[in-house]
Design a protein around this ligand. Sequence first.
Ligand code: ATP
Ligand code: MG
Length: 140
Amino acid sequence: MVLERTLSIIKPDGVKKSVIGNILNRFEEAGLKIVALKMVQLNKEEAEGFYAVHKDRPFFGELTSFIASGPVVISVLEGKDSISINRELMGATNPDEADPGTIREDFANSIGENTVHGSDGPETAAQEIAYFFTEAELVN
Ligand code: ATP
Ligand code: MG
């Protein structure tokens, strides 16, 4: 079986709503292994670096201020098809369009405060994991 890794962030709204355990439990129930985990508050520069792909989007300032506004829980999830499984668990970016039973449908307030981030492909997953973790910080 080819294991794949993805980066997950529980955004400040998810931490404030006390649903960290609920969300991590969904990952584990779906068969994804948590192989790295930390809780941090990003500063504005770290947030801008992480979301650099969105720097020309009109919501960049709002997005990076929000992600730096409070603690976040960053994890690396490992398993077969972890990237797409995590995206399915998350639901659509806009919670109004997210399927019932998804994290965003259950918890998100708006497209800006949408509770979770998940890598969208193998290249971005590798970049995003390396942005927050060294190889030595991932357990086997
Ligand atoms: P994420 O990258 O956070 O997992 P995503 O891949 O579903 O979400 P992207 O298109 O990559 O969505 O957008 C990144 C983030 O930017 C979204 O999660 C959302 O918080 C924010 N965002 C996207 N579109 C808008 C918008 N129109 N207005 C405000 N914020 C937005
Ligand atoms: Mg994205």
